[in-house]
Write a protein that binds this ligand. Sequence first.
Ligand code: FAD
Length: 279
Amino acid sequence: MYPARPAPFDYHRAASLDEALSLLADLDDAKALAGGHSLLPLMKVRLASPAALVDIGRIPGLAQISANGELTIGALATHADVAGSEVAVGICPVIPETARQIGDRLVRNRGTIGGSVAHADPAADYPTVLKALGATIVVTGRDGERGISADEFFVDVFTTALQPGELVTSVRIPATGPGRGAAYVKHRHPASSYAVVGVAASVAVESGDIADARLVVGGATGTPVTVTGIADPVAAEERVRDALTEPLGDVYASGEYRAHLAGVLAKRALTTAVERAAG
Ligand code: FAD
């Protein structure tokens, strides 16, 4: 029987990034707390029982969204911040489009992009889209800052390239330039909105033909799977289905169903991305 409340823990609220990094380095078994919408449910059922939480949620300057040739989103930007960002719509519209599809209003008001990528849930939306767009995850530790490509950042189920004591501080996403288009299509779980399967497509179109296409499938495997070199949406359906050799299955959707769904969504995502690139 679950106690439905967390094991005892110490709580520290960091007032600055430096203070958060020091606390995470000095405290035993400490975890960062951002929006709390993934960590606290795990703590309540004691799948996570950190000895200490370092609340980073009020650190100034980490929630900014800016454009300077590329889109930069601070780790503490909530899904609602991103969904409503005119700056993001102007430079990379598929990112706010994705944020609008996350959870419900409560989740979007509390959950953060930094928490989502650090948590690396197989059914989360951002990892799939960030991989398709060739984004960079910027992480900061006591030794300074480093950028990790989304391809290298997401390693496995709930596993990333973050080192102990490091924090995600921002995400950098290339602008969707002329002749390029992107789309994210997901089949949402009816209870949570998590992706049963979600497919992101990013394409370049030249003279009406696909010159470059990158499709990424989330929700069907431990970490999103990338498929490249696709010439048309019909080919996409088969290539994506075939790429999922060991799709995840659960009580809601079997592996076979997920693979089929991934093919169908890949076709839709690629078709939409091509229309956007042409338009
Ligand atoms: P927290 O819960 O605070 O932290 C999560 C983990 O990341 C912890 O291990 C924490 O230590 C670590 N962490 C947090 N911030 C950082 C940082 N800056 N650097 C390093 N580590 C950090 N997600 C989707 O993608 N799609 C959905 O449809 C969806 N539906 C949801 C429905 C419900 C009912 C709930 C409760 C959640 C849902 N989520 C969904 C997850 C939601 O987006 C979470 O908010 C998000 O995954 C985690 O962000 P957070 O800020 O809440 O992180």
